[in-house]
Design a protein around this ligand. Sequence first.
Ligand SMILES: C[S@@+](CC[C@H](N)C(=O)[O-])C[C@H]1O[C@@H](n2cnc3c(N)ncnc32)[C@H](O)[C@@H]1O
Length: 665
Amino acid sequence: MPELIWDGKYDAAGKRAAPLRVPLPFQTVETVNETAQERQRTLDFFAAERSPDWRNRLIWGDKKYVLPSLLAEFSGAVDLIYIDPPFATGADFSLPIKLETNSFTKEPNVIEQKAYRDTWGVSADDRRRGVTPLDRYVRWVYETLTVLRDLLTEQGSIYVHIGPNVNHLVRSCLDEVFGVANYRAEIIWKRTSAHSDVGQGARHLGRVHDSILLYSASDRFVWHPPHVDHGDKYVKSHYPYVEKGTGRRYGLWDITGPGGAAKGNPRYEIFGMTKFWRYSRENMESKIAAGKVIQPQPGSIPREIRYLDESRGAPIGTVWTDINPINSQAIEDSGYPTQKPEALLERIIEMSSDTGQLVLDCFCGSGTTAVVAEKLGRRWVACDLSRFGVHTARKRLLSVADVRPFVVQNLGKYERQFWQAAEFGDSATARTAAYRSFILDLYHATPIAGYAWLHGLKHGRMVHVGTVDAPVTVGDVKQIVAEFRKAVGTGKEAPKEQSVDILGWDFAFELNEIARQDAERAGIELRLVRIPREVLEKRAVEQGDVRFYELAALAVSVAQTGRRVTLAIEDFVIPLDDVPADIQKAVSHWSQWIDYWAVDWDNKDDTFHNEWQAYRTRDSKDLALSTGHDYAEPGEYTVVIKVIDILGNDTTKTLPVKVAGRGTA
Ligand SMILES: C[S@@+](CC[C@H](N)C(=O)[O-])C[C@H]1O[C@@H](n2cnc3c(N)ncnc32)[C@H](O)[C@@H]1O
C-alpha cells in the first residue's frame, strides 16, 4: 500500500514514533441535574474509579491528554466517534462575543492559539529542514486517530468531518490506521450555497462543501441505512392515487420478474396470467390474500399496491444537499463559529449507533454531538480544549428537555503534576525550587530566599507561588500574611509595598473575599492571580504568550424568610486586561459581564453541584440576578455561587447559611 510520510513519523533509528499515552485521572468539577443522593453516589464511584451508574461526561482539556486518559476506562468500548477537528486554516478559534446591544470578536486566547501552534507550528529550525505546517498537522491527526482506533468497539464507526484542503491527507491517515478495507464512504456535505469566496476574476470554483470520511473498525459495523422523504415530483409520479375512505396515497407497482428465468424469477399463474414474477408463489399468494396484489382491470397485468405512508423514503447517497448550515437566525445557533447543524449529527448518530450506545467527540466545540446524542438516548463523552466551547456546550445541554444528569470534568492537578515531574525531575525539593523559579520568571518576579511562604519580589510587592496540586487556602494566606509581617524591614529583599501577589492554579472557594478582607485588616493588600494553564506548554512559554489574570470579584446578598433563602448578585467586577477597549465602553452595567450563573444550595466541600442556573440565550439576553430556595430541613448549609463571565472565565463564592426551624413565612 502506498504510504504517506511526514516529518517525525519515524525516529532516527527508523522506528515508528508513538503518541503520548499517559493515562491521567479525571477530576469531576461539576455535577449537573443530580439529586443529592445521586450526587453522593456518583462522587463515591468516581473516587473509587468505578462507575456502575453511568454519567455522560463533558471534559475540558486537550485531546492529547484526554484521549489516553479515556483509554483506561473505554478501550474498545466506544460505539461511534464523530470528530470535526480544526482544518488547518487557523480560523477555528476566534469567538464572537455578544452583549445585549453590541458584539465583538474575542481573539483566540493563549491556550487556543497555543493548540493551533502545537498543531501546525513549525520552528525556524524545522523550517530550515523543509518541515511544513502540514507535516505537523498530519502528525497531530495521525496521533489522534491511533488513540481513537483503540477506543472503538469492533462494531464501531468513525466519522471525520474535514475540509477539502486537507481531506486527502486525513484520508491517507485513516487508511493507515483503520485499513483500506474499512473505508465505507466519503460523504460530501454541501455546507453553503453562497459562493462568496469566488470574487470577480477568481480562478477557482466556489468552495461549498466539507467531506465527512466514514470508516469502521471491522466489517461488522452497526448500520441503519438512512432515507429521506420522496420529493413532490416523485410522489406525484409514483404514488398518483388516493384511496377512497382513508385518503391514503398509493401507487401500483410492476411485479413482473425482469430478466425472466435467467435472473432466477419463478414462473407461475395468477389472475389467469402465466408470467415470470418478482416474488415466490407463496409470498405472492399471501400478498393477494392481504389485498396487496390486485388486478386493476379484468385482463390487465396484476400489480402491487404500495402506500406512500409505508415507504421508508428514498435511500440517501453520499452527496448530502438537504441539510442546511446553521445561520444566525437558526433556533439552534449558539454563536459558536464552527457549530454544525443538529440534523447532520442526527443522521450520523442514527445511521451508525443504537439507543444506549456510547458516542464520543473529542473536538465537541459548542457540543452539537453531545446535544444530539442526548436527544437520541445515546450515552456520550464530549471534550474540547476551549473553555468557551465547554461552557457553550453546557448551556446547550441544559436547554435540552429532561437532560439526564452529566458531569463536567478536567484533568486539573494531575496534568500539572505530570508536567512538573517531566519538567523538573524526581527529587521533590529540587523540583519544587525549580518550579517556583520557573513561574516567578514567567511572572517577571525575582526569586528571594530564606522564607517558607514568600518566594519572590516584583516591583516592591512580595510574591507567593502556589503548588501544582492544591488550591490556595485561607490557611495558606494566614501563613503568608504572618511571614510578610516578619519580612518587613529586613534587608534589600524586603518588600517596598504593603502588598502580596498570590499566584495559584486554583483558589479555595471562599478565598477571594475572606482572605482579602483578613489581610486588609492587617494592612496588607492581596492580589489573587491565576497561573494560566499555558505555562504547561513549552512553545507558549518560549513565545512569551503567558499572561496572568487577577480573579474577578463577586458581591452577593442573602435574605432569609423562614426556610426560604434568597440570593441576589449585587456587583461583579472583572479585571479588564483581556477586554478590548470598545467592549469596555459598551458595558454600561456590571451585570452585562455575566453570561451564566449557577447555585449549589448545599455544598459539602466537594464538587460544585449545579442545582439552579440562569443564562443568556440567543432569544433572551435578559438574566435573572436573584433566585431563592426553600430548604426542607433546618440546619447550617454552605451555598456556592458560580458565575461565568462573557469571556468564559468562572468565579465562585461561598456563603454560609443558617436555616431556622420554621417554613416560609
Ligand atoms: C470545528 S470546531 C468543532 C465544532 C463542533 N463540531 C460544533 O458543532 O460546535 C473544532 C474544535 O476543536 C477544538 N480543539 C482544537 N484543538 C483541540 C485539542 N487539541 N483538543 C481538544 N479540542 C481541540 C476547538 O476548540 C474547536 O472547538
